[in-house]
Design a protein around this ligand. Structure first.
Ligand code: KIV
Ligand code: NA
Length: 278
């Protein structure tokens, strides 16, 4: 199967087929995503700052660490459309900094779009990247890189004025030539309205069921952490508990000398050879 292109993503969008998106943060999680038959898009999100690096937020993530992780994910992907985040600190300084880091990521290959949080304040950067031939994914609503300004990880667009502001940002991004928009933590009514009034796909997280697609962080969806998931997450597996149970069984086997088993897991040597050796 050839890798999905932006054209394929738009074909699904035009056919009203919801787009399914999952994050990956290393070679193993990337491979799992790549081999999930009906999944469309893999996002290398800066949520890997918490999920894979153990930080408190996305702000602590260093570009070089993110770049290295992105490379590992990309090594595992052959079939899915890939979107990669621009992490905090990799684009704010200048158009030059933004373009340099986006191009550095694109040079890893296989990447279909670069995602960047924000709207008006990154206008020139988005135009520059688009002119360079990089399809841009927007990200509005809750913007985790700005949680200090937002006053925490709160859902956005609750009141009419704030909802209008988010709608304006979505239209602004569409008019700039952005190809997809992530809507994070906004009411379903608002994301429905935005989706109906745009001609580009919206990908929701904590934004209800009316967007063009959904995205979840794989570690949340598969229960890879012991931390409590947000309200909007559906957990499909308890990987964390199952892993600890399985490793407990392994460790018991070692202590009881029931692993490894003599023929099944063990290399042979015939008796004559061993006698000669002794
Ligand atoms: O970093 C990430 O995982 C994201 C998604 C939550 C949209 O940006
Ligand atoms: Na992100």
């Amino acid at each position: 199967i050839r890798q999905k292109t932006l054209f394929d993503i738009y074909k699904s969008y035009k056919n009203n087929e919801p787009l399914s998106v999952i994050t990956a943060h290393d070679f193993i999680t990337g491979k799992i995503a790549d081999k999930t038959p009906n999944l469309d898009i893999v996002l290398v999100g800066d949520s890997l700052s918490m999920v894979a690096k153990g930080h408190q937020s996305t702000l602590e993530l260093e570009f070089d660490d993110f770049y290295y992780s992105t490379k590992s994910v990309i090594n595992s992907i052959n079939e899915k459309f890939i979107i990669v985040d621009l992490p905090f600190g990799s684009f704010e300084e200048s158009i030059e900094q933004c373009t340099k880091n986006a191009i550095k990521l694109m040079k890893l290959g296989k990447i279909g779009s670069i995602k960047i949080e924000g709207s008006y304040e990154i206008k020139d950067k988005i135009i520059n990247l688009t002119n360079a031939g990089i399809p841009i994914t927007g990200h509005i609503g809750l913007q985790p890189q700005k949680f200090n300004i937002f006053g925490g990880f709160k859902y956005q667009g609750k009141n009419a004025l704030n909802a209008l502001e988010i709608f304006k940002q979505a239209k602004f991004l569409e008019n700039l030539g952005v190809k997809l928009i992530v809507l994070e933590c906004i009411p379903e009514k608002l994301s429905d309205f935005i989706t109906k009034n745009l001609n580009i796909p919206t990908i929701g997280i904590g934004a209800g069921n009316k967007t063009s697609g959904q995205v979840l962080v794989m570690a949340d969806a598969l229960g890879m952490n012991d931390s409590k998931n947000a309200k909007f997450v559906k957990q499909y597996l308890d990987f964390y508990s199952l892993s600890i149970d399985s490793l407990t069984n392994y460790s018991n086997d070692v202590k009881l000398r029931s692993f490894p088993e003599s023929i099944k897991h063990t290399y042979p040597m015939n008796d004559e050879e061993f006698k000669e050796f002794e």
